[in-house]
Design a protein around this ligand. Structure first.
Ligand SMILES: Cc1ncc(COP(=O)(O)O)c(C=O)c1O
Length: 472
């Protein structure tokens, strides 16, 4: 039985058409009728019809409804439509691992095309950083900073964490080299090689890499694009597996953009705390909300020290700073020791510059602008997708984050699409990167972090053509 309602409806209709129960040119039930008969929403019916239409099995006639297509109008014929211009170099087979290396080598921060726009926060940041550089004393050049990180930066961060409901003292925070480093320290502090770690699926590819490197086993929990992992799925998993840690992003998970309801955050703690399971919360997108208020962190509901909160400035300010933090709860001593083992210390000058940037309120100004921009760019992408990628049959509707999660027809393999798009100078992020299993081969994460310039729209259009002629 297919997982989603739209897939179930689609399968039922496909079977009826293929078995001849519905003959060519037959009129299909109206959307309203199907909603009532199958007790599903209008969007479920529209998605199912849209997918059958892109398969060539049915056709929509304006003001008349949907009809079964004539037999010759099958998917095969759609594939035989005029060929597009040829790629500049021959497409090569690429595995998901190679794709990730390739994406990282290109900077990992863009989708479709590299971007050159400058954010208004950049100038203030540059000013604060160069001032810190100028004021650096020669003694500071001789010694390492204290392993936990600069006290004034931790004070600023502890204050900011209050916005997500977390009450943290600066002495409970450790500065790291980005969020990836924070996640590494959290896993090292809470697990041993061979342990099982429950993760979101689809989930951030960096997590799968960390688990592989540390010899840990990933237990993938299904995660919806609206609310993330379901506590029921977690409960079931915990009945069958000895899970040591749970790694999740309750506030705008990547790639789905899901935001976990408050009740689910509490329920997850109720399930994990009695079992002594550590929760590693990746809050890197927490500040990237579209609405008026930041969602609460899961950490803010914890009173036992079992949540290790990890984040950085990579999504909210700059990926290049390589400055992040961890509030490791009851694992503080282990994390402090591991920070020394893995990095010795962080750059004092850099931290001074950032601390100053936060103190003068520049981060908040920058974030207000960025959120507005991301919200607009997200909406624009949602209108561009049906225009340029009409075969994208499902698309997430996030309330924050920086990307949409798109489902294309089953026949599209986005890993091979990656190689073909690259040959045209276009970068995509295939769904296969967001799992350790063989899944999401027809999914795509698409960023809305950059303005929809003419060039970028052009790239989206080319990508749409490529999808149409390579499997849809
Ligand atoms: C969900 C998530 N966590 C962590 C990271 C790594 O962040 P950083 O650049 O701060 O190491 C990323 C980067 O893409 C991410 O998307």
């Amino acid at each position: 039985m297919p997982e989603y309602l739209y897939q179930q409806l689609e399968q039922t209709l496909r079977d009826e058409i293929k078995s001849g129960q519905r003959a060519p040119a037959d009129r299909l039930p109206s959307v309203r009728q199907l909603c009532a008969e199958h007790e599903v929403s209008k969007s479920t019916v529209l998605v199912a019809y849209g997918r059958l239409e892109s398969e060539g099995l049915i056709e929509a006639r304006p003001r008349s409804g949907y009809f079964v297509s004539a037999p010759q109008k099958t998917k095969k014929n759609i594939l035989q439509s005029p060929a597009p211009s040829q790629p500049t170099s021959a497409p090569a087979e690429v595995s998901a691992g190679q794709v990730l290396v390739d994406i990282m080598e290109q900077g990992a921060a863009f989708d479709l095309l590299p971007s050159t726009e400058v954010s208004p926060g950049n100038e203030a940041l540059r000013r604060c950083l160069s001032r810190a550089q100028r004021q650096q004393s020669s003694a500071e050049q001789l010694y390492y900073d204290e392993p936990m990180g600069l006290s004034s930066l931790r004070t600023q961060l502890a204050q900011r964490l209050g916005q997500s409901g977390s009450q943290i003292d600066k002495n409970e925070l450790v500065i790291t080299s980005g969020c990836q480093h924070a996640l590494l320290l959290a896993l090292m502090a809470t697990t041993q090689p061979g342990d099982v770690v429950a993760v979101e699926s689809p989930g951030y590819y960096g997590v799968f890499q960390l688990l592989e490197t540390l010899g840990l086993q990933a237990l993938e929990l299904p995660s919806s694009a609206e609310s993330g992992i379901s506590p029921d799925a977690l409960e079931l998993a915990l009945q069958h597996w000895n899970v040591q840690a749970l790694m999740i992003s309750p506030c705008y998970a990547t790639p789905t953009g899901a935001c976990m309801p408050e009740a689910n955050k509490r329920r997850i703690l109720e399930l994990t705390q009695p079992r002594g399971i550590a929760i590693i919360e990746d809050d890197i997108y927490g500040d990237c909300y579209f609405g008026l208020q930041r969602p609460r962190s899961l950490h803010s509901y914890d009173d036992t020290g079992s949540v290790l909160l990890c984040s950085s400035f990579s999504k909210s300010l700059s990926r290049d700073l390589r400055v992040g933090w961890i509030a490791p709860g009851r694992y503080l001593e282990q994390v402090k020791r591991l920070k020394v083992v893995t990095a010795l210390a962080s750059s004092r000058t850099l931290q001074q510059g950032i601390s100053r940037f936060l103190e003068e309120g520049s981060l908040d100004r920058h974030l207000r602008h960025m959120r507005q921009q991301h919200r607009d760019q997200c909406q624009e992408l949602q209108t561009l997708i049906p225009k340029y990628l009409p075969m994208a049959t499902r698309c997430s509707q996030p309330e924050g984050g920086v990307a949409l999660w798109l489902e294309l027809p089953d026949s599209v393999d986005t890993v091979s699409l990656y190689a073909k798009a690259r040959a045209l100078g276009i970068t995509i992020t295939p769904g296969r990167l967001f799992t350790a299993q063989d899944r999401y081969q027809n999914f795509l994460r698409m960023s809305f972090a950059h303005p929809w310039t003419t060039k970028r729209k052009e790239a989206l259009k080319k990508l749409g053509k490529l999808v149409l002629t390579n499997g849809a």
